[in-house]
Write a protein that binds this ligand. Structure first.
Ligand code: HEC
Length: 99
């Protein structure tokens, strides 16, 4: 392996670790709130035609978080929306909220 490709490899793995950690909190919150009691991997994808922008996704997350008394703050719901978008919807999204 050349030195350049070695450096590239290190950079890439650091980057993917960063991306994984960005969504780690959100994933934990999501798992704790037991959102998957009612949802499954498909239900998020199947309804992609209805949720066609990040705002709609965010409002659905807000609605469900309130209904289920998840006790999330705005930035938690924002984080979870970004996580779900990353996992399922893959739509353009605004940057993370300041913490
Ligand atoms: C008690 C069952 C239930 C639980 C628990 C639940 N949801 Fe939902 N969720 C629903 C239903 C029903 C809908 C569809 C609402 C509608 O048609 O407007 C929905 C819709 C959604 C959508 C939009 C899905 C789409 O693509 O159309 C998202 C995103 C979502 N919920 C996120 C969450 C999150 C995050 C949690 C955990 C805090 C959660 N839900 C927990 C019942 C639930």
């Amino acid at each position: 392996m050349s030195r350049t490709s070695f450096v590239m490899l290190i950079l890439l793995s650091t980057l993917s670790a960063l991306i994984a950690s960005e969504h780690k909190d959100a994933k934990e919150m999501f798992d704790e709130a037991a959102c998957m009691r009612c949802h499954n991997d498909n239900s998020f994808q199947v309804r992609k035609e209805r949720i066609d922008n990040f705002e709609k996704l965010y409002s659905s997350v807000q609605a469900c978080a309130r209904n289920t008394h998840a006790g999330w703050f705005e930035e938690d719901m924002h984080k979870v929306s970004r996580y779900l978008n990353h996992e399922y919807y893959k739509m353009p999204q605004p940057p993370a909220m300041e913490e």
